[in-house]
Design a protein around this ligand. Structure first.
Ligand SMILES: Cc1ncc(COP(=O)(O)O)c(C=O)c1O
Length: 487
């Protein structure tokens, strides 16, 4: 039976009906306001959220395509960026732009480095950036889009910080940028920024610090007296940073910034085109036409929260994180990877009987807990990632209790439900001849496809992915998502 594809209705539908339909679509989403989902969303107090949403809506129709036409947006953008620069150890030379998210900020930092070196060192025809295995995938994406080679170096096996010696060994005459994370997302640890930045400066290379997740958190943790190493522009040699407002800034989504220590470098970020028949394009960021909503929302939240508001949440976050770490240490078979500097914790299993992916599914079934899975990668074993946010704080003891219950249940489950793993020798054979049709049988095994494109349980597929080399994970994941967006 061929499926009826959705079309624009012949006649317009009443607004009320439409809004009802939209509301009902949300019913299968993760219950993100429950406080039981450790990631994806970032909630401040209700009254702050209201200000942000109103500010966002107030500027939804304005277009940041041309700052000379909408001076209000230029003002909002420069003020938001300046507030971030001040927070992150910048000086009067520090400048930047508002972007749609961490990924865009990172892509622009990489583009800036690429175009700067094209200018000053045209002999570099195959530019390279050096990133640790724990650096965000956005650097790989930037390399992919911008034709910049991404050289990955290992992290320390105990601390999960970027390995300074390995970074040094990876530098070649093509290196244009060294990347450090403040902190890295997977384990919440801050890379040795001082060492990386010095190494870059000594060799005339740029150094980017990715503070997408930490930029609106670490400065306040430091002010509160928590033990936070140097991580920002105050470190000599750091040339650019990325910092998201839509994470621990509590802005509505679509809000980040890329910052340059030296305003001269920003020139290389801008794309200008006056060689077509229309209006001149001068874009400091990826998008051309874009709503002013996110920047108005970000401006509003920074003002509404104030430094005292952020410090209050960060203090609660740091204490809750310590509580989680201590709780995990008391659960036999689980441990926390590395020593998180902030509220991002990776929990791994030291007991072969505790399969981390099954634990994630079991926790979801037990109490709609949302614990994000991380596949194993080099020395970083598979893990459950928890971003311990404001809304999660009251639920931590319940979460720890359910972890203990779920582990006991998993250990008692019958043999035939044991975790799935593919023998490495089978993998090569399978993937050497991989065709999209092969995915059909996998879909069937997972009970997916047709009206049910998203499986209820992910342990099966995660175990398969985890046992595959990265190049084959990519094949499966691409095929999965290619199908997901087919109606
Ligand atoms: C350290 C870090 N960098 C970059 C990003 C990418 O940010 P976005 O999802 O806003 O593109 C994230 C997202 O979690 C992150 O944690």
């Amino acid at each position: 039976m061929t499926k009826q594809r959705v079309q624009i209705p012949e006649n317009g539908i009443a607004g009320e009906t439409i809004l009802e339909q939209l509301k009902s679509m949300k019913s299968n989403d993760v219950p993100w306001r429950s406080g039981k989902v450790f990631g994806y969303t970032y909630e401040a107090a209700k009254e702050i959220e209201e200000v942000v949403y109103k500010a966002y809506l107030m500027f939804l129709g304005e277009n940041a395509l041309d700052p000379t036409v909408f001076p209000s947006l230029r003002q909002l953008e420069t003020e938001v960026v300046t507030m971030a620069a001040e927070l992150l150890g910048g000086n009067e030379e520090t400048t930047g732009n508002f972007t749609s998210g961490g990924t865009e900020s990172i892509m622009l930092a990489v583009k800036t480095a690429r175009d700067y070196f094209r200018d000053v060192k045209p002999e570099i025809t195959k530019p390279e950036i050096i990133v640790a295995r724990t650096a965000h995938a956005a650097f790989h994406k930037a390399g992919h889009y911008l034709d910049v080679n991404v050289v990955v170096v290992p992290v320390n096996k105990e601390t999960f910080m970027a390995d300074v010696a390995a970074t040094e060994a990876a530098i070649t005459e093509n290196t244009i940028m060294i990347v450090g994370s403040s902190p890295s997302y997977p384990h919440g640890v801050i890379d040795p920024i001082e060492d990386l930045a010095k190494m870059a400066k000594d060799r005339g290379i740029l150094c980017h610090v990715d503070a997408c997740v930490g930029g609106m958190y670490l400065p306040f943790a430091k002010k509160l007296g928590y033990d936070i190493p140097a991580f920002d522009f105050s470190v000599d040699g750091v040339t650019s940073m990325s910092c998201d407002f839509h994470k621990y800034g509590y802005a509505a989504k679509g809000a980040s910034c890329v910052l340059h220590k030296d305003a001269n470098l920003r020139r290389y970020q801008i794309f200008t085109c006056a060689s077509w028949a229309g209006y001149s394009i001068v874009n400091p960021t990826v998008l051309s036409s874009k709503t002013g909503g996110p920047m108005a929302g970000a401006w509003a939240v920074l003002k509404a929260m104030g430094q005292d508001g952020y410090m209050e949440i960060v203090d609660a976050g740091q204490k809750a994180t310590q509580h989680v770490i201590e709780g995990i240490e008391k659960i036999p078979g689980l441990y926390v990877m590395g020593k998180p500097a902030m509220n991002l914790v990776a929990i791994a299993s030291s007991d072969p009987a505790i399969n981390i992916f099954e634990l994630s599914d079991a926790m979801k079934a037990k109490g709609e807990w949302g614990l994000q899975v991380q596949l194993a990668c080099d020395d970083a074993v598979e893990a459950l990632h928890l971003s311990i946010n404001r809304a999660n704080v009251p639920h931590i003891d319940d979460m720890l209790r359910d972890l203990v219950i779920c582990i006991a249940e998993l250990k008692n489950k019958p043999e035939e439900e044991e975790a799935f793993a593919i023998a490495p020798e089978v993998i090569e054979g399978m993937f050497a001849n991989f065709s999209p049709e092969m995915f059909d049988s996998l879909e069937e095994m997972l009970g997916m496809g047709g009206d049910n494109p998203i499986p209820d349980k992910f342990a099966f597929i995660n175990n398969i992915l985890n046992s595959l080399p990265a190049k084959y994970r990519k094949v499966l994941l691409t095929e999965f998502v290619n199908r997901l967006f087919t109606v």
